[in-house]
Design a protein around this ligand. Structure first.
Ligand code: ADP
Ligand code: MG
Length: 252
């Protein structure tokens, strides 16, 4: 099972869009997938047509309820655990280091029927994000094509390396450019810088700016359901192949 956290401390950078469409894209490609919503806003669940407040990750992280008891059928080959109304309380949990490892323990206890586990993370760096980081084998980091995002990415990568060293874990990091506009010079400059600073880590496919991706959650659908012939559907199909096959822009 590959455990993938879609992570970036910034909000509005395409984490949820990437989680939803990567999870569903993997399922459509034949993988068996479990999606976890670690953002108290519950947007992963909402994007698939749930309320998001159904008891889910809150029970798992606060009360150690097994993941298997809170998963719901999302789509064919895709199960989901929604955020739950009490998920914000996780950030205020009392206790020691153990609090950061709860998700990892819950995942270790899961029956091993899934090929992929995809976690949508909150736009913060508290206990929820720590649980995701300590549970993940791989991080999928969406990056906007502008200058400040590039700066933010450098800071994020530094912080991640520090935490990983301290906690004795290591994750493989995949970067994905989102809302890419090929005709903008800035977008290409940012892409070239990322290739230079983080060689071998930028996935081959760039997700173009595409209105279908923004509209789909309003229908409680992934882009594959809402507009299967859109650029958005095309790009996320390719991104799934990047992940499965390990394709990067550098051709590895
Ligand atoms: N490639 C894209 N093209 C157009 N709109 C996008 C794209 N990716 C994300 N969006 C929109 O940008 C906003 C923020 O994306 P979202 O995935 O919710 O970010 P996050 O989860 O990081 O906060 C949403 O309105 C989403 O629909
Ligand atoms: Mg989100």
């Amino acid at each position: 099972m590959r455990v993938v956290a879609v992570l970036n401390q910034k909000g509005g950078v395409g984490k949820t869009t990437t989680s939803v469409n990567t999870a569903h894209g993997l399922a459509l490609s034949g993988e068996s997938v479990l999606g976890l919503d670690l953002d108290p806003q519950g947007h992963l669940g909402v994007s698939f047509g749930f309320k998001g407040t159904e008891p889910g990750m809150d029970d798992v992280l606060l009360d150690n309820v097994p993941l298997a008891e809170r998963r719901r059928e999302g789509r064919e080959r895709l199960d989901l655990v929604t955020a739950g109304a009490r998920l914000p309380d996780v950030e205020r949990m009392e206790g020691g280091q153990e609090r950061g490892w709860r998700l990892r323990r819950a995942i270790d206890a899961l029956d091993n029927g899934y090929g992929f586990l995809v976690m949508d993370c909150p736009p913060s760096s508290g206990l929820l994000a720590m649980n995701a980081l300590l549970a993940a084998d791989e991080l999928l980091i969406p990056v906007y094509c502008d200058f400040l995002s590039l700066q933010g990415l450098s800071r994020l990568m530094k912080i991640l390396h520090q935490i990983e060293r301290r906690m004795g874990v290591w994750t493989r990091k995949h970067l994905v450019l989102v809302r890419y506009q090929q005709r903008r010079r800035l977008a290409n400059e940012v892409r070239d810088k990322i290739r230079e600073y983080f060689p071998g880590q930028l996935l081959r496919t760039h997700i173009r700016d595409n209105v279908s991706l923004a509209e789909a959650p309003g229908f409680g659908q992934s882009v594959f359901e809402h507009q299967p012939r859109s650029h958005g559907a095309e790009d996320y199909t390719e991104l799934v192949r990047d992940l499965v096959e390990g394709r990067t822009v550098d051709g590895a």
